[in-house]
Design a protein around this ligand. Structure first.
Ligand SMILES: CC(C)(COP(=O)(O)OP(=O)(O)OC[C@H]1O[C@@H](n2cnc3c(N)ncnc32)[C@H](O)[C@@H]1OP(=O)(O)O)[C@@H](O)C(=O)NCCC(=O)NCCS
Length: 161
């Protein structure tokens, strides 16, 4: 298929790129559809303006289908959020997004990356484990669900060499 046509149809190879302020509405939409407490446009806008926050978008053709956000402090970083459009999940697309994001963190001098993940979130746990993260802690009843249920969090860590 001609390159422009597959791009127009939203096929082809997804690209991991720095997010810009133009992406804010779509990022907030994706976040809101992926998490109970969605981040608003203002939150994304603020993060994009912070030097210590790294936001990448995953673009397929003209469509943004995912993002990764982390915050850097000295030589450590925390992945604050990562998500893929629900219609595009299960295709392995998050792996390149995460690995590219980690590469940029390493380029900023980060040596250790942390994240928290809900214990039952198997796709996310699998993604992180395959990307070299290991469980280093567990927080009981850490996430409160809208229905009042509490879920445990795992703390994961990966060293970047
Ligand atoms: C987590 C998330 C980013 C993964 O993105 P994705 O591109 O769909 O992930 P993949 O297709 O690479 O799947 C990741 C792994 O989980 C596995 N997986 C997918 N669905 C699964 C399920 N229901 N149960 C168990 N494993 C599952 C896949 O097989 C894959 O493992 P593999 O690499 O060993 O085959 C995506 O599911 C998402 O956006 N979830 C909502 C937001 C979220 O939870 N973010 C993480 C917060 S910590």
């Amino acid at each position: 298929m001609m390159a422009w046509l597959s791009e127009w149809l939203g096929r082809g190879t997804p690209a991991v790129e720095p997010a810009t302020v133009h992406d804010v509405p779509r990022l907030a939409q994706l976040h809101g559809a992926s998490f109970h407490r969605g981040w608003g446009e203002g939150e994304f806008e603020a993060m994009l303006g912070e030097r210590n926050t790294l936001v990448h978008r995953l673009r397929l053709g003209r469509k943004i289908i995912g993002f990764a956000v982390s915050r850097i402090g000295a030589d450590e970083a925390e992945i604050l959020s990562i998500a893929i459009d629900a219609g595009q999940r299960g295709r392995g697309l998050s792996r390149n997004l995460l690995l590219t994001h980690l590469g940029h963190l390493a380029g900023r001098g980060v040596r250790t990356v942390f994240l928290e993940v809900e214990e039952n979130n198997q796709p996310a746990r699998r993604l992180y484990e395959r990307a070299g993260f290991a469980v280093v802690g567990r927080r009981e009843r850490y996430y409160k669900q809208p229905g009042g249920e509490h879920l445990n969090a795992l703390l994961m860590r990966r060293d970047l060499s």
